[in-house]
Write a new protein. Structure first.
Length: 247
């Protein structure tokens, strides 16, 4: 019998610690499939965040280093500049990348650092219990917005891809989702393109992945998928935001 699917070599045979229905497991698989297909596993260095994916090194079968909260782009910049032959990417959540780490994100992108960022957007602080994040939707209930996010009080959701698209150093920015098989396939294509962007030395690339967080959203996994499709992506529309890879 012909084998048509197997565990990626870049993914360890380990039990994931993520909550039931969380999207991180799917995203880990997509990343490792792309790394295997591009043949860069032996020279890959990932930078893990502070957040739900803080233990990413337990699951990725390649070198992974840890960064202080919000500092993965700065750490990745240092690694890539001193080891330009390495393949370097960061893996970050919305609090890590767009709150405490916003400055590092903007300046790494503006400098056109030849690194890739995988940004997992689940509209809340998942690791610490579901507080409001920079990407929390207007009206969304969280631990710190029990009556829903009010823009007059908490401001508006930050659309990171659109924000970074104004910077000259960004080469490729796309927002994808993983709530059904069709979009999972599109997400993998975007991740692979962002990785190829780095391999081709085009500059800073980022893929924003809309992911569900059923436990902190107070939903079943199925209801959380419906909420992504019916509500989340209306505020964060999917698609390519910027692409200079052909120039």
């Amino acid at each position: 019998m012909k084998k048509i699917l197997s565990k990626p070599e870049s993914l360890k045979d380990a039990v994931l610690s993520y909550c039931p229905g969380c999207g991180h497991g799917i995203i880990h698989r997509l990343i490792t499939e792309c790394i295997d297909e591009l043949g860069v596993r032996e020279k890959t260095i990932a930078v893990a965040p502070v957040g739900c994916a803080v233990f990413a090194y337990e699951y990725f079968n390649f070198d992974v280093t840890e960064a202080p909260h919000g500092r993965p782009p700065a750490v990745a910049t240092g690694i890539k500049r001193t080891n330009p032959d390495k393949f370097v990417f960061t893996y970050q959540g919305d609090g890590d990348i767009a709150a405490i780490g916003m400055a590092e994100t903007i300046h790494a992108a503006n400098r056109g650092e030849n690194i890739t960022t995988i940004f997992v957007n689940n509209a809340n602080y998942g690791m610490t219990g579901g507080q409001m994040a920079p990407t929390t939707l207007i009206g969304q209930i969280t631990e710190t917005t029990p009556f829903g996010r009010n823009p007059e009080r908490e401001g508006y959701p930050i659309k990171l891809c659109e924000l970074l698209s104004t910077l000259e150093g960004t080469a490729y920015l796309e927002r994808v989702a993983i709530y059904n098989p069709q979009n999972i396939m599109k997400a993998k294509k975007a991740i692979k393109k962002a990785f190829q962007c780095q391999i081709d030395r085009k500059g800073f690339s980022l893929v924003e992945i809309i992911s569900n967080c059923p436990v902190d959203w107070g939903m079943t996994p199925l209801d959380s998928i419906k909420w992504v499709e019916e509500t989340f992506i209306k505020s964060f529309p999917l698609g390519t935001v910027k692409d200079k890879t052909n120039t």
